[in-house]
Design a protein around this ligand. Structure first.
Ligand code: VIB
Length: 200
C-alpha cells in the first residue's frame, strides 16, 4: 500500500442509515444489497458501511442507498463522513480504474424525495479554510436548494438529487482549490413526521 499525503485521489464515505421502523434490518439490508455498488470498494459492519473509489461513484452509491430506503416512505436518518486525500488511504486502488458511467442513475432519476440535511466542510491543509467554506456555502445557493445558516453546519432543504449533486460539487471544488485533505459530514432526515407541507 502506497500512502501519499494529499496526492491520493481515492474518495470515501463512512455512513449509516437508521430507518425508524421495527423492520430496520430489512430496510438496511435491502438498501445495501439492491443498490449496484460494483464500482466501489464496500464494507459493512455493525456501526457503518464504508464505500471507497472514484468520487462520483461514492456519492452515487450513498445517495442511491438513502433513496432506496426513503422511497418506501419510512422515516430514515442518514449520517455520512466523506473524505478525500486522507494520508492513510491507499492510492492505486483497483476501483479507481472504473469508468465514469454511473450504475444507479436510471433507477433513481425519476424519484422525487425531499430531504432536510445539514453539512459541515473541513478543508484541511490548504490555507484559508474559512474562505473556502464561505465560498462553498455561497455556491450551494446556486444549486436549487434552500440554504440556511446553522451552528457548526449549514442546513439544506430540497430534492435529494439537487442536494447530493450540490454536495459533490462542493467536495470536488474544495479539493480543486488546494485542500490536501477534505472531510465533509452530512446528516439527512427523510420522511420525518416533523416535515409539514414540505417544510420542516
Ligand atoms: C449503511 C449502514 N451500514 C451499517 C449499519 C449498521 N447496522 C445496523 S443494523 C444492521 C443490519 C443488521 O446487521 C447494520 C448493518 C447501518 N445502520 N447503516
Amino acid at each position: 500500500m502506497e500512502n501519499h499525503c494529499g496526492t491520493s485521489r481515492i474518495a470515501g464515505c463512512s455512513f449509516s442509515v437508521h430507518p425508524m421502523s421495527d423492520k430496520f434490518v430489512d430496510y438496511i439490508k435491502a438498501g445495501l444489497n439492491e443498490v449496484d455498488s460494483s464500482k466501489v470498494w464496500m464494507k459493512t459492519d455493525d456501526v457503518t458501511t464504508t464505500v471507497r473509489g472514484r468520487m462520483e461513484h461514492v456519492f452515487e452509491v450513498t445517495e442511491a442507498i438513502l433513496l432506496h430506503i426513503a422511497k418506501t416512505g419510512v422515516h430514515v436518518a442518514f449520517q455520512g463522513t466523506f473524505s478525500i486525500g486522507c494520508p492513510g488511504d491507499s492510492s492505486g486502488d483497483v476501483h479507481m480504474d472504473e469508468s465514469e458511467e454511473r450504475l444507479n442513475k436510471p433507477q433513481f432519476k425519476e424519484i422525487e424525495q425531499r430531504i432536510a440535511a445539514k453539512f459541515s466542510l473541513y478543508p484541511m491543509g490548504g490555507g484559508d479554510y474559512m474562505d473556502t467554506i464561505y465560498r462553498q456555502i455561497e455556491a450551494m445557493k446556486e444549486k436549487g436548494v434552500e440554504v440556511t445558516p446553522a451552528h457548526y453546519s449549514t442546513r439544506l432543504d430540497g430534492d435529494t438529487r439537487d442536494i447530493f449533486t450540490g454536495l459533490q460539487d462542493v467536495f470536488r471544488e474544495t479539493e480543486a482549490s488546494g485542500s490536501s485533505h477534505t472531510v465533509m459530514t452530512v446528516t439527512v432526515s427523510a420522511n420525518s413526521p416533523s416535515h409539514k407541507d414540505d417544510r420542516p
